[in-house]
Design a protein around this ligand. Structure first.
Ligand code: AMP
Length: 207
């Protein structure tokens, strides 16, 4: 199974991607996670991408496509999360392999800002909380390792607005690209996680 999950930051695509990967035994590939891991470990790649990420800008396509190509070479089934972000990346991906389905989780901007700006992450163990939807037991303290929680620079309102702008710029073209190939599935993202997941499974079970 070769899938893409598509949706605005905060649409819950990461959560759904993990559930899908687990159920269908495929690899969850998040370009954002790959980049963040490299920044954290201060690798050569991490040093190249950190500035872009902190400003909420896209990492250059050449670099991103190279990383994705390397990763896809090592797996069979997968769900891509955070890639492709623009038409160039979609075209590069199409040269590599055929995608079965593209799941598009739909969300309003207002809902996206509310969801993202509340995110708080633990730098020590990577756990993610939310001030409204999943608050830690003690404010700003990780439940698991007791480290202080931080708001990622790219989860701050200014960076979110920039990302949403970028997202809309590319969204229509990407949706059209996959719609034309008959593999786009739209899913309403403003519902409980399990209800959304059931909807997605119904689509995937048909493959
Ligand atoms: P995400 O966790 O998907 O929101 O990604 C966090 C950041 O990583 C983005 O704001 C970009 O700077 C970078 N990034 C992730 N995926 C891509 C991609 N496909 N193309 C370019 N930059 C990306």
């Amino acid at each position: 199974m070769k899938l893409i999950i598509f949706g605005m930051q905060g649409s819950g695509k990461g959560t759904q991607a993990k559930k899908i990967a687990e159920k269908y035994n495929i690899k969850h590939i998040s370009t954002g996670d790959i980049f963040r891991e490299n920044v954290k470990n201060q690798t050569e790649l991490g040093k190249k991408v950190v500035e872009y990420m902190n400003k909420g800008e896209l990492v250059p396509d050449s670099l991103t496509c190279e990383i994705v190509k390397d990763t896809l070479n090592k797996v069979d089934g997968f769900i891509l999360d955070g890639f492709p972000r623009n038409l160039f990346q979609a075209e590069e991906l199409a040269k590599m392999l055929d995608i079965d389905k593209v799941i598009n989780l739909k969300l309003t901007d207002e809902e996206a800002v509310k969801r993202i700006s509340g995110r708080r992450s633990c730098q020590a163990c990577g756990a993610v909380f939310h001030t409204l939807f999943n608050p830690p037991k003690q404010e700003n303290v990780c439940d698991i390792c007791k480290e202080t929680l931080i708001q990622r620079d790219d989860d701050k309102e200014e960076a979110i607005r920039k990302r949403l702008e970028l997202y809309h710029e590319n969204e229509r073209k990407l949706l059209d690209f996959y719609q034309a190939r008959g593999i786009l599935v739209n899913v309403d993202g403003v519902r409980p996680i399990d209800v959304i997941f059931d909807d997605i499974c119904n689509v995937l079970n048909e493959i």
